[in-house]
Design a binder for this molecule. Structure first.
Ligand code: DGL
Length: 280
């Protein structure tokens, strides 16, 4: 029988609790091994930060996380970080790094009306990487988008059971659907890992026939393939939550500790991270 330490160890990293949606997908595909969860609570939310700050911080932090946790694989479970810093991060760590980028390709393939929507952080929407995905896969589509930091915050509050008015969530979706051509939209890309935490609420706000699509399952399958694990039914899943790693005190820290514990991450460590951006 293999011991706990023989099993692969995956670190899932996000600015906050959005990456928990990727942990759920890993469990659903039957990931067998340990998962540590890392949240950059000291710099949350990423969606409002400058590209310069993120490009300095994310690779350095990922390197510190790999040194602290010694995983076999790292998942950057954040569109805002991956669309900017994935390649730079790969260059500074010596394990496989899986990024999370907007599911524009499957949405463009699935649309019947030719109108797709992208809900993301403002940072993800202004990225050249995101525009390149549109150019490569969705040239035949009308692509509408809405950048929302408010949905990120609502998702964090909702996840830990704080009061969130459904109208607030619907208002953010309305900002997408009310754009010219929005009434024909049949695919909406949830291009921020926080947003699937609100999936049921978003579905309830939308008209019937609108499909919400994200990259969570594709990320989980990629991890399985890199680790050489077979996809299995969720009932057989044996994902074992390991540590919760956080970077700093902020209003999001308390919520993160609560949400982490709700997902089985009960052992909490604060990591000592000296941000190169703050020294620049
Ligand atoms: N969960 C992150 C993403 O996928 C962003 C949230 C934030 O703004 O920090 O983009």
């Amino acid at each position: 029988m293999s011991s706990r330490d023989d099993l692969p160890h995956c670190v899932v990293f996000d600015s906050g609790m959005g990456g928990l949606t990727i942990v759920q997908e890993l469990a659903a595909v039957g990931f067998a091994g340990r998962v540590s969860y890392a949240a950059d609570t000291g710099f949350f939310p990423y969606g409002e930060k400058s590209d310069e700050d993120l490009i300095r911080r994310v690779p350095a932090l990922c390197r510190a996380l790999v040194e602290a946790a010694d995983p076999d694989i790292l998942v950057i479970a954040c569109n805002t970080a991956s669309t900017l810093a994935l390649e730079v991060t790969r260059a500074v760590v010596d394990i496989p790094v899986v990024g999370t980028v907007p599911a524009i390709k499957p949405a463009a393939k699935a649309t019947q009306t030719g109108v797709i929507g992208v809900l993301a952080t403002p940072g993800t929407l202004r990225r050249a990487y995101t525009q390149a995905l549109v150019d490569a896969f969705a040239r035949h589509c009308r692509v509408l988008s809405h950048g929302s930091l408010k949905l990120v915050e609502l998702a964090e509050r909702f996840q830990v059971g704080e009061a969130v008015e459904r109208e607030e969530i619907c208002g953010e979706l309305e900002a997408l659907l009310s754009q010219s051509g929005g009434d024909e939209m049949d695919q909406i890309v949830l291009a921020c890992t926080h947003f699937p935490l609100l999936r049921q609420e978003l579905v309830a706000c939308a008209l019937e026939g609108v499909n919400f699509i994200d990259s969570g399952q594709a990320i989980a399958r990629r991890v399985m393939s890199l680790l050489g694990q077979d996809l299995r039914a969720s009932s057989e899943a044996s994902l074992s939550p390991d540590r919760l790693l956080t970077t700093g005190a902020s209003p999001s820290l308390e919520r993160m500790i609560k949400a982490g514990a709700m997902s089985g991450f009960t052992e909490h460590h604060q990591i000592d991270f000296d941000d190169p951006a703050s020294r620049a």
